[in-house]
Design a protein around this ligand. Structure first.
Ligand code: CTP
Length: 402
């Protein structure tokens, strides 16, 4: 089953340069199984032709207020969610003040469905107090918003104003559509990325973890309506937009952040590649190659975060998912870790496969559970692995957290 099967989404495209990215939003919505109607403003049609949206959605695009007299009432009433992408300063102003002088604004005003806006405009238009006041009013009225992101804008300037990426918009539409997830409203803590162990002020011991698996779990839990916190080590991959992000470097900092977040959590997904070893005494000054021939490093074992948080997790009944990276005796080792570290579920990663594990977009895991169930998943995109893991977690939690 696809995530949005049977759900009706109205995509409102207004006149921003990023309207071309809305074509991808439409394609993704359809791939996810949604039944999509598209509404375009006159200005949007200056950017991208209605034919493109019509061909992709397989339906005529809604355009004028007078084409069908009651379209503005029906469109907003029949949808399960409405997404305005891109949302110009103009449509935000109309929505905030209740103007209804074209099909888009009239439909939004008459809408019964939840609305998500993905603003896109020049930085100065975004920062203008008038726009900010409108945004405040929309937030107060319960209108969901994603972005704008910061970065280079079409006119050569740089700053907040870019429409968020289609994938991020999709996650936020998903959250809008979510009604049934066991995770709805519950706190999910996810760790992601590597931790670093400093050797001196400029060098460290690290690993190749990119954070992608943890970020995929965070995005999936967020889409299901959870309150998500991602505790992540240094990585060049951007965390998902939506979850709260706590940045750390060392294993002991990650432990401290976890302790602060675990009270009241329903789920912990421990996807971080926590460094097991650290320098016994990192040098205060930069280690010099002239200090001697070669370098003897004395390493000590650092904290095991799952072991250190065992009591707190038990006290809070936190369902715990961990990962196990194994080169041999995978299942036996994963089961031992499951038991010793007080996990409820472990995703066993084979080490040394080029398409699975660190720094790639795909993964192949075997799910091993404390109730003795085992499921071998095929090679999948990390976001699909994340969805499968969370489906299993939802099954296990059942009504227990409700
Ligand atoms: N983990 C942890 N603290 C550590 C090391 C690992 O909490 N210091 C967590 C990982 O996030 C993962 C699980 O424990 O969810 C298993 O990690 P893994 O590296 O496979 O196991 P280790 O316990 O480090 O054992 P080894 O490296 O000896 O196989």
């Amino acid at each position: 089953m696809r995530p949005f099967d049977g759900r009706r989404v109205l995509l409102v495209v207004t006149g921003g340069i990023s309207a071309y990215k809305s074509v991808v939003v439409l394609r993704r919505l359809i791939e996810y199984g949604a039944d999509v109607e598209v509404l375009m403003t006159e200005a949007a049609e200056q950017m991208v032709g209605a034919v493109t949206f019509g061909a992709l959605s397989g339906r005529p695009v809604h355009r004028g207020l007078w084409e069908q007299p009651l379209a503005h009432i029906e469109l907003g009433r029949d949808a399960d969610a409405i997404v305005v992408a891109p949302a110009t300063a103009n449509i935000l102003a109309k929505l905030a003040t209740g103007l209804a002088d074209d099909l888009a604004s009239a439909t939004l005003l008459a809408a019964a469905a939840p609305i998500l806006v993905a603003p896109a405009m020049n930085t100065r238009m975004w920062e203008n107090p008038a726009t900010q006041a409108n945004i405040e009013a929309l937030t107060a009225a319960g209108i969901a918003r994603v972005g704008p992101a910061s970065g280079p804008l079409a006119e050569g300037e740089s700053g907040p104003g870019r429409m968020e990426e289609p994938e991020t918009i999709l996650t936020h539409v998903g959250r809008l559509l979510e009604r049934e997830s066991v995770l709805l409203g519950h706190k999910v803590v996810v760790t992601a990325g590597p931790t670093l162990a400093p050797l001196d002020p400029v060098r460290f011991l690290g690993n190749r973890s990119s954070g992608r698996m943890g970020f995929a779990l965070a995005a999936s839990a967020w889409r299901r309506g959870a309150e998500v916190v991602v505790v992540c080590g240094p990585t060049s991959v951007d965390p998902p937009v939506g979850p709260r992000v706590v940045r750390v470097e060392r294993a002991d900092e990650m432990l401290e952040a976890l302790r602060a977040e675990l009270d009241g959590a329903a789920v912990l997904a421990m996807a971080a590649a926590v460094a097991d070893f650290r320098a016994g005494s990192p040098s205060d000054g930069k280690l010099k190659k002239d200090d001697g021939p070669g370098l003897d490093l004395k390493l000590e074992t650092g904290p095991d975060l799952l072991v250190e948080t065992l009591e707190q997790r038990r006290a809070n009944s936190v369902f715990t998912l961990g990962f196990a990276l194994e080169t041999e005796d995978g299942e036996a080792n994963a089961r031992r870790k499951l038991r010793d570290k007080g996990m409820d579920m472990v995703a066993l990663n084979p080490a040394g496969e080029p398409d699975a594990g660190f720094d790639v977009d795909t993964n192949r895991v075997t799910i091993i559970e404390s109730n003795d169930l085992t499921e071998e998943l095929p090679l999948l995109a990390k976001h699909e692995v994340a969805d499968r893991l969370l489906d299993r977690i939802e099954e296990r939690l059942g009504g227990a957290t409700g």
